[in-house]
Structure formats: C-alpha cells, structure tokens
Design a protein around this ligand. Structure first.
Ligand code: FAD
Ligand code: SF4
Length: 460
C-alpha cells in the first residue's frame, strides 16, 4: 500500500487555557482542513467503515463530496441516515467503530470520520440548509415516545418521516437526555444539541416537557390515546459502591454532579442559582467517559487537584481514548490499581478522606481473565474535599415500578424481540432502557430501527 499522508490535526484550546472555561475543546475543522482530510480517504470499493457505523452513514460518499467541496450535498447525505450528526460526530467512540474499521487504521491513521461528520453538520447548521423531513403526510396514526434522549429523538425523527403524529414525553424541563444533562458543554456544546432538537420540532414533532410517564401521565392513558409507544427511558440511575461513608456530604454520584453542572448550569454561578463547591482536592471513582466528564468538570469548577481512582490499569480504562488523553493533558492524575474501602467524614458529616487499598490483577477461571483483587495490608489514606462516584448506571426503577406489566430482566433492562417490541403489543423500546448503559450512536441506531418496526407494525 502506498504511504498514507498523516491526519490533518485538530486545532484545540491548550490545556492551560481550557481548564478555566467550559467552551468546546476542539475548534473543529475549517473548510480547507476538512477538504484535505476527506481527500485522505482512498475510496475503498467495499468500504469497511460503513457497516461499522451503527446508523450506516454513507461515509465514503460523504468523504468524496467533502473533498469536492460539495458541502451542502454531503450534509444532506449524512442527514438521510443520521438526524443528529453534530452530536454523534463529537461523542461517538469512533476508534471502536467506523475509524477502527477504516482500512487506513492498519497504518495507524484512519480517516478522521467523526471530525468530518461534525464539520459537515456544523456547516449545514451555519448555512441554514433546509432538510426535507416529512416524506409522507397522509398518516393519521399517533405515536408516543417516552424519553427525549438520543433513542427517543431518533425514533421521533424517523416516525415523523413516515408522516405520523409524534409526541415525545420528557420528565425533565429540557429535552436531549444525557446529551443535555450529562455530557458537558466543553465536549458537546448545548446550542448544538438545542439546534438539532429545534429542527425536529420544526418538522412537526410535539415535545411535552415536565411530563413523567408513570407519574403525571399514566402508561394506560398512553395506550388508550396512541397507536404505538416507544420507550426510550434510558438507564439513568447511578450505581454505588455500597461502602461505609457514601451518605457523607460532598460524596456525589456523577449523575447528580453533572446534572448540577450542566443542566442547572452551576458553572455559571451566581448568574445561575446553583452553587457547587468542589474544594481543593477531588477524587473521582471510575475511569469511563462519565468519570472523565466529572473529573474535567471538577477541574473547571476550580478544584486544585483531581484524581481518578481506578481498580484496574490505565490501559483497561473504558473511556474513549481521546477523552482520557484530554483529561491527562489537563493535569488530572490517574491512580491505577487502587480501590476505595471507605469514605471518612469529619465531625460535621463532610467527607475528608478515603481509605484506599492497592489492587493486583489475578488470572481467574482458567480462561486468563484478569480480575482485580485487593492486596492485603496495602491500605492507605488519601485526603479529599469531594468524592464523585462514576461507576456506571442502571435502569431507573420509577417508571418500571409503575408499569409492572412490561417484562424486564433482573437488572431492570426492558426485554425486546428482534423488532424492538416489548412483551406488550404495540409497545417498543430501545437505547439504554433495553440494552443497559451503552453509547449515543447505539441509542440513535436503535431508535431509528424501532421506528421502522413501528411502521411495519402499523402498516401490516
Ligand atoms: P438517555 O440519554 O438516558 O435519555 C432518556 C431520557 O428519558 C431522559 O431524558 C430521561 O429524563 C427520560 N425519562 C426517563 N424516564 C422517563 C419517564 N418516566 N417519563 C418521561 N421521560 C423519562 N456515549 C457515547 O457514545 N459517547 C460519550 O462520550 C458518552 N459520554 C457519556 C457521558 C455521560 C456523563 C453519560 C451519563 C453517558 C455518556 N454516554 C456516552 C452514554 C450515552 O449518553 C447513553 O448511552 C445515551 O444517552 C443513551 O440514550 P437513551 O436515549 O437510551 O437514554
Ligand atoms: Fe475511506 Fe477508510 Fe471508509 Fe475506506 S474504510 S472508504 S479509506 S473512510
């Protein structure tokens, strides 16, 4: 294979500047950079990147159109397959999806597909390109979508294309699910999320905010009023370690911490009335995307030192490679092979330290699986002002407790068949609610596929 040109680097805020603000870290490609990067694509006859994308964007054609400066055409092409390219281009784990499958990956430098997707989405937005959404306005069928995260919004967008009358019910006062309340501004600016949702509303989708299905509107009412229902309620309940001291003040779940920072705009205090004081030294437990977001947010909120505590090695951290790198560049410290034993409080009930134990990876079960085990006698104390637990999330039991007829597994994950239908006819589910905590693009893909199943169901 001929030698491949290196990727066009992304210009971004320097670590020293960005830790003092909440603005986007990357500046995004300009037109010339995008053209140069898209030209790196060698236009494979059978592009291996496309099947690796959960919403199967026509990546090769997108690259060709960008390389020819046909930006409008590239934007419309991408929007055909993905209603939310500005979001997915920024937060998808591309290194494990399209870019991981790109033929140039073998030489270590795949095409920057995600950054090109974000570029073209921003270009379409900045040039106010109109996208024809409704393909068939002759249906009188009504669809209820529960939850306005990526799964619900993608299902709504696709159902609207079929011409259905679509209403999305959302418990919070803002739509977007984790895109709005979880992922911080410096990774996914909220005006971008708001704009993609605005386009959906302009296409005719109705948004009912502050509506909790199972509380101020019952599931029975939905079944009576709508021809089909899609459940995209996510898996937003935090998981805890279950150790001593978790109830102390200033021990947060990452969800609570990020909701305060993002949705309640604590970083704009006192302009927004959400105080948040992280103190000097913060410990974040876990090493996934959520942990990186919490750690980087704490740094921007004024913490002098932020420590990631992880029971496995750094290499095993589940966070996206780019997010981990950004966090380390910003000065966040990574403590591998350590695990909390208990949180220690002061006389006023505030956390003041963590007792940690060192861990080692031990082969277990004969299959070579390495399991972290505590090393006896290796305990030590770390002084802290704030602890944030980022150990993953599980389905929220509130909705499920009000709808016991919906079949779930013992973790509360909604069971669906190959057509995304639950055990109740006409009731579909997708995203984290039916897969457990996963990714934005997986939720987008499932919402879209569920909409197609709804179409088949309603049209025989
Ligand atoms: P959600 O986004 O959770 O949306 C569910 C919605 O349903 C919420 O708005 C909720 O309020 C609403 N709801 C729940 N119950 C009801 C009810 N009874 N009535 C009405 N509304 C209800 N994935 C990536 O791919 N890349 C990343 O970088 C990434 N970073 C992440 C960072 C954080 C902090 C978190 C928490 C997750 C991250 N993820 C990331 C995971 C990703 O965000 C989720 O997999 C995705 O949002 C799931 O989409 P969803 O629509 O299924 O659920
Ligand atoms: Fe282009 Fe890589 Fe996709 Fe091939 S696999 S079409 S080189 S982006």
């Amino acid at each position: 294979m001929a030698k491949v040109r290196p990727r066009v680097p992304m210009r971004e805020q320097t670590p020293l500047t960005r830790i003092h603000n909440f603005q986007s870290v990357p500046y995004g490609y300009n037109e010339d950079e995008a053209v140069e990067e898209a030209t790196r694509c060698i236009r494979c006859r059978k592009p291996s990147c496309e099947p690796a994308c959960p919403v199967t964007i026509s990546i090769k054609d997108m690259n060709i159109l960008i390389s020819q400066r046909k930006f409008k055409e590239a934007y419309l092409l991408v929007k055909e397959d993905n209603f939310f390219p500005a979001c997915s281009g920024r937060v998808c784990p591309q290194e494990r999806q399209c870019e991981g499958a790109c033929i140039l990956e073998k030489q270590g430098q795949p095409v920057s597909i995600g950054k090109l997707e974000a570029f073209i989405a921003d270009w379409g937005r900045n040039h106010e390109v109109e996208v024809e959404q409704v393909k068939n306005e002759n249906s009188d069928k009504k669809i209820a979508i529960v939850g306005s995260g990526p799964a619900g919004l993608a299902c709504a967008a696709e159902c609207r294309k079929f011409g259905y009358d679509v209403t999305v019910f959302e418990t919070l006062h803002k739509a977007g699910g984790v895109l709005t309340y979880g992922i911080p501004e410096f990774r996914l600016p909220k005006d971008i999320v708001d704009d993609e949702i605005k386009k959906l509303v302009e296409s005719g989708v109705k948004l009912e905010l502050n509506h909790t299905v199972g509380q101020n509107i019952t599931f029975e009412e939905l079944k009576e009023k709508f021809d089909a229902i899609f459940l995209g309620v996510g898996a937003g309940a935090p998981r805890f370690m279950g150790i001593e001291g978790e109830k102390l003040d200033d021990v947060y779940s990452a969800n609570e911490f990020l909701i305060r920072a993002n949705l309640m705009k604590a970083y704009k205090f006192p302009e927004w009335d959400t105080p948040i004081d992280v103190g000097k030294k913060v410990a974040v437990i876990g090493a996934g995307n959520v942990a990186m977001d919490a750690a980087r947010t704490a740094l921007r909120l004024g913490a002098g030192e932020v420590n990631i505590i992880y029971r496995r090695t750094r290499k095993k951290a589940p966070a996206r490679a780019e997010e981990l790198k950004h966090a380390l560049d910003e000065g966040i410290m990574f403590h591998e092979l350590v695990n909390p034993v208990r949180f220690i409080g002061d006389d006023n009930g505030f956390v003041m330290a963590i007792e940690l134990v060192r861990m080692e990876l031990v082969a277990e079960g004969g299959e070579g699986r390495m399991v972290p085990k505590p090393i006896e006698g290796s305990n030590f104390i770390m002084q802290v002002d704030t602890v944030i637990e980022a150990l993953g999330t599980v389905p929220n039991r509130l909705f499920l407790s009000r709808t016991p007829e919906i079949k779930t597994d013992d973790r509360g994950v909604i069971e669906i068949d190959e057509n995304y239908m639950t055990n109740i006819e006409g009731v579909f589910a997708g995203g984290d609610a039916s897969s457990g905590a996963a990714t934005v693009i997986k939720a987008l893909g499932e919402g879209k596929k569920a909409a197609r199943s709804i179409f088949t169901y309603l049209n025989g």
